[in-house]
Design a protein around this ligand. Structure first.
Ligand SMILES: NC(=O)c1ccc[n+]([C@@H]2O[C@H](COP(=O)([O-])OP(=O)(O)OC[C@H]3O[C@@H](n4cnc5c(N)ncnc54)[C@H](OP(=O)(O)O)[C@@H]3O)[C@@H](O)[C@H]2O)c1
Length: 303
């Protein structure tokens, strides 16, 4: 069978998608491809100038593209709530892509709400956003939520005794935990949807290794990876976005599934099923993480 590619994206005409962190990297490539497929896309990010530039660039490549930019800082729960309030309610939300992320911040930083920055941005912000958007998603005929995880989840654990890295902070431990949390969240959202009949498809994806702004982040280790490792192993941002696009649009993407590149070590290649590590499959962890996330963010998944 031929490898799945951009050409396989079914028409998205009439659909509305929200993508977090869409001003560059994988999020931008995802927005561009969805706009090319005819979707109305709301790009979100933290920087209005970057947002305007991204919208303009997509407009140049896709004449008549239905794209707009909205500010959304996931490291601030009040900003997440305000974003949801600002969105026009005219149309159901077909697709939410929880893509934004930061990686391996060298020193422990905190969000506006006092969460460790990687857990807060990569996971808790998306948890709160998805909870707040749920009623709107469930108005769509076949809503999908796509969560970005990572190969980093392989080394992750949910450290309930030190979720916020207050006792011991390690840049990679915090990143891996946040990406494991995103995978657990995706699977648990599917389980809960199935249990109550929401009809939602919750799917996780990872890009393997893709050359993006993530490798230009702060910290010596990240910049060393950017200079040395990433160019050797990484695929382009456009190729890295394919598993997300497969999860978001393919009729063959299974609800509750996890997709990444199908090449050696899932580093690069066309989209295929990805390995879910055992620590992402423990239902007691999923239940506890969900309850803890509801408590921390003050949000619940109510219809
Ligand atoms: N690239 C890879 O190899 C790789 C591998 C595994 C997983 N991933 C995952 O893929 C996702 C996309 O990353 P990328 O590689 O495309 O990196 P990127 O180019 O750095 O893009 C990350 C995006 O997230 C946004 N962002 C960061 N903090 C935010 C916040 N507080 N609120 C809202 N948006 C925020 C960034 O906005 P600004 O432009 O304002 O910074 C940027 O648009 C991440 O979740 C990452 O963990 C990437």
């Amino acid at each position: 069978m031929a490898a799945w590619s951009l050409a396989d994206i079914p028409s998205q005409a009439g659909k509305l998608a929200v993508i977090t962190g869409a001003t560059n990297g994988l999020g931008y490539q995802t927005a561009l491809a969805l706009a090319q497929a005819g979707a109305q896309v709301v790009l979100t990010g933290r920087n209005q100038d970057k947002g305007n530039a991204a919208v303009e660039q997509i407009g140049q490549q896709v004449p008549g593209a239905l794209v707009s930019y909205e500010s959304l800082d996931l490291a601030n729960l009040a900003a997440v709530a305000a974003f949801v309030e600002r969105l026009p309610r005219g149309k159901p939300l077909d697709l939410l892509i929880n893509n934004a992320g930061v990686m391996a911040l060298p020193t422990r930083q905190t969000t506006a709400d006092g969460f460790e920055m990687q857990l807060g941005t990569n996971y808790l912000g998306h948890f709160a956003l998805t909870a707040r958007l749920l009623p709107w998603l469930l108005k769509a005929p076949a809503p999908r939520v796509v969560n970005l995880s990572s190969l980093a989840h392989h080394t992750g654990m949910i450290d309930f005794n030190d979720l916020q890295g207050e006792r011991w902070y390690s840049p990679w431990k915090a990143y891996a935990q946040s990406k494991l949390a995103m995978l657990i969240f995706a699977r648990e959202l599917q389980r809960r949807s199935d249990a109550v009949g929401w009809g939602l498809a919750s799917i996780a994806a990872h890009p393997g290794v893709a050359q993006t702004g993530l490798f230009e982040g702060p910290g010596e280790l990240v910049s060393m990876m950017s200079r040395l490792a990433a160019p050797m192993f990484a695929q382009s941002a456009a190729d890295g976005a394919l598993p997300t696009l497969f999860a978001a649009t393919s009729p063959d993407a299974a609800a509750g599934g996890y997709y990444g590149p199908n090449g050696l070590g899932e580093l690069r290649g066309a989209p295929g099923s990805a390995l879910v590590m055992p620590q992402a499959r423990v239902s007691a962890t999923a239940k506890r993480l969900w309850e803890e996330s509801e408590r921390l963010t003050g949000t619940t998944f109510k219809v």
